[in-house]
Design a protein around this ligand. Structure first.
Ligand code: ADP
Ligand code: ASP
Ligand code: MG
Length: 410
């Protein structure tokens, strides 16, 4: 007997029928004598619909009220899920994030969990109940409701599993595991049986939406083994855990991608020592996340600084740069939208210097223009025209033979 945390994403609880199906997976574990905590997302596209309604009412809705609105989605699912279990003769109790003791920092829309007071959950588990917790939500020290960022239910599940010292954390979703790339876009994508924390963290951060990056961070910090698996098929999924030696031979393990990227260039920046830091600290103070950064010198001795952002942040970014023009001391700003980021990830890259060269070769051969590049020990990211994104992903997936030899088969 052990303690299991299960998480079911939006598609897996997208209808009453699907909630019944998910609840049967919970019932199975419970009937085997385990204690079970279930974390659920909002049903289907509920969160998207709530966002659309808010945007219909206001161009810039208050972030506090957005959190109040979006957390209602998960609250629907927890109640229905508890009812479905009761229907199976299993005693269950549902909790919102705040009832479950999920404490977060006071940042609306993208809060980090700082602590989970698990007393109430533990008490109900001891009483023999299955506990159902609303994902993606928490409460600040002042009692305000927060959300953890889109896709954040994964993080609720992993943080709860860590806090409760669970024996297992299963992330049930609409694919059978983590693939070499998004299986909905590239049909030849293959399921990986094992992925290391570091590789998964890069994949998630670089756009593989199958797991929320902070969930992977938590799992890594607490050494928690995760399994990503299907809520419909009974087959085993992908294990995310500490890297083993065999995997270090696998140079490229996956291709991740993200559309709606914009390049912003700040031209003619004075090259005084603080020029660069002032630009990025000003953006950071305004909570604008900057990704790839490239700097070049002009003939006149000034600097041109380009960086990539999510396109949705463009108006705010331009606003911040323009309203601080004097202190930032630059000549002009340019921006290019309609871009995408395509990245290859693999922990074996660190000892294989030719990987980036091969990536650029493949992109060149396929007529794909590389606008920006960034590398780390285990990834190479490129910014390319959005129209060429899928072509780039497919070409790289094929060139690095992700559909055949490099997939570990145990
Ligand atoms: P959930 O609602 O269960 O949280 P998500 O939509 O957030 O599900 O995540 C699952 C989706 O992630 C899949 O449907 C798939 O399209 C996408 N995805 C992107 N990259 C990958 C990948 N490398 N492996 C598996 N799925 C991926
Ligand atoms: N319902 C939230 C979203 O759609 C959280 C989640 O599904 O993980 O982003
Ligand atoms: Mg998700």
């Amino acid at each position: 007997m052990g303690l299991i945390v299960q998480k079911f994403g939006g598609t897996s609880v997208g209808s009453v029928e699907k909630i019944r199906n998910a609840a049967s997976r919970t019932a199975e574990e419970w009937k085997n004598g385990n204690q079970v905590v279930v974390v659920v997302s909002a049903m289907g596209k509920t969160t998207d619909h709530l966002v659309d309604m808010a945007n219909e009412i206001s161009e810039a809705p208050s972030k506090r009220e957005m959190d109040m609105l979006l957390t209602t989605g998960e609250q629907i699912t927890i109640a229905l899920y508890a009812m479905a279990l009761a229907q199976n003769g299993i005693e269950a109790i549902s909790f919102t994030g705040w009832q479950a003791g999920v404490k977060t920092e006071a940042i609306h829309g993208n809060a980090r969990i700082i602590d989970i007071e698990t007393d109430r959950i533990s008490k109900e588990l001891s009483a023999g109940k299955v506990v159902i917790v609303a994902g993606f939500q928490g409460v600040t020290a002042d009692g305000d409701i927060t959300t953890l960022g889109r896709g954040g239910s994964d993080t609720t599940a992993v943080a709860l599993a860590a806090a409760l010292k669970a024996d297992k954390c299963d992330i049930y979703t609409d694919v059978t595991g983590v693939f070499t790339t998004d299986p909905r876009i590239v049909k030849s994508a293959r399921k990986l049986l094992n992925v290391s924390y570091d590789e998964m963290l890069e994949l998630a951060n670089l756009g593989a939406g199958v797991l929320h990056p902070r969930a992977v961070e938590f799992a890594k910090n607490y050494g928690l083994r995760l399994e990503v698996r299907s809520s419909m098929e009974k087959e085993s999924g992908t294990i995310i855990e500490e890297e083993n030696e065999m995997e270090q031979n696998l140079i490229v393990r996956g291709v991740a991608f993200e559309d709606q990227i914009t390049r912003v260039s700040v031209l003619g920046v004075s090259t005084s020592l603080k020029g660069l830091s002032t630009i990025f600290s000003t953006l950071a103070q305004n909570h604008i996340n900057v990704d790839i950064i490239v700097q070049s010198r002009t003939e006149a001795g000034a600097a041109n600084i380009s960086f990539s952002i999510k396109s949705t942040n463009l108006p705010e970014t331009l606003d911040v740069l323009e309203s601080n023009k004097e202190s930032l001391n630059y000549q002009s700003i340019e921006s290019e939208t309609g871009l995408a980021k395509v990245s290859i990830v693999g922990s074996g890259m660190v000892s294989n210097p030719g990987v980036a060269a091969k990536m650029f070769e493949v992109l060149e051969e396929n007529g794909i223009q590389v606008k920006m590049v960034s590398t780390s020990e285990i990834k190479v990211s490129t910014v390319v025209p959005e129209k060429q994104m899928v072509n780039a992903v497919e070409s790289l997936h094929e060139a690095f033979e992700l559909f055949s030899g490099t997939v570990k088969t145990n």
